[in-house]
Design a protein around this ligand. Structure first.
Ligand SMILES: O=C(O)CCC(=O)C(=O)O
Length: 214
């Protein structure tokens, strides 16, 4: 008998995780997922070999497990700061399609929980790649002055997203938004679950944010 993954048959309706944080399952079609993953690959390829290349940032005395590519503004560590260029090399710009994606996501998220707040003007984005089994520890996104929401897209292997102690299973094509009272909530992801994706050997996450303003 064919094995059916229960996760694929259990209904996953859009849901408020905590006030201001919303989970939108299967927001992207498989074709859109493939296009966005290919776009991320191309962005990483273009930056490769430059001072703004995708990298595993050093944090404190350690190094992150995830590979990060900064767009719009570069997320520098030790000390944490956002910069426009690295060694005279400009940070790759925000791709043109990102704002429209954020607009669509936020319109849908507001229907679930208006507390997610206004749509961010996408001025910076992180493309995070997690090899199988790797995740990101709990942290607060504090570098941006804007209190507008973070829009976070997931592709490839499954993971558990944890925010304010609440766990949400993320599958490829899912989106999470955290704004309003959840904007500075502690969050992170557990290890990308090996063998759960035909799209990617690992997990890709794109977070879109506003830097300045309200
Ligand atoms: O990979 C994720 O879903 C979360 C990424 C994240 O927390 C961040 O980039 O600040």
């Amino acid at each position: 008998m064919r094995y059916i993954n229960p996760v694929l048959v259990i209904p996953r309706p859009p849901a408020r995780i905590i006030p201001g944080a919303v989970h939108l399952p299967a927001f992207f079609t498989p074709t859109e997922q493939e296009e966005l993953v290919n776009q991320a690959r191309e962005l990483a390829r273009k930056a490769a070999g430059t001072p703004v290349a995708m990298r595993r940032p050093k944090v404190g005395h350690g190094q992150m497990d995830a590979w990060l590519l900064s767009l719009g503004w570069f997320w520098a560590t030790n000390p944490y700061r956002m910069v426009r260029e690295v060694d005279g090399h400009p940070v790759p710009p925000i791709p043109e399609n990102f704002q429209a994606i954020a607009d669509n996501v936020m319109a849908t998220a507001r229907e679930i929980d208006p507390l997610v707040g206004p749509t961010p003007k996408i001025e910076t984005a992180l493309v995070n790649f997690y090899p199988p089994g790797k995740g990101m520890g709990q942290h607060v996104d504090a570098e941006e002055k804007s209190d507008n929401a973070v829009v976070s897209l997931s592709f490839g292997q499954d993971t558990i997203f944890r925010i304010a102690g609440r766990d949400t299973l993320l599958l490829s094509g899912d989106v999470v938004v955290f704004g309003g009272p959840a904007r500075r909530a502690k969050h992170g992801v557990l290890g990308a679950r090996k063998g759960t994706s035909d799209l990617l050997d690992g997990r890709l996450n794109i977070t879109m944010r506003q830097m300045e303003g309200s």
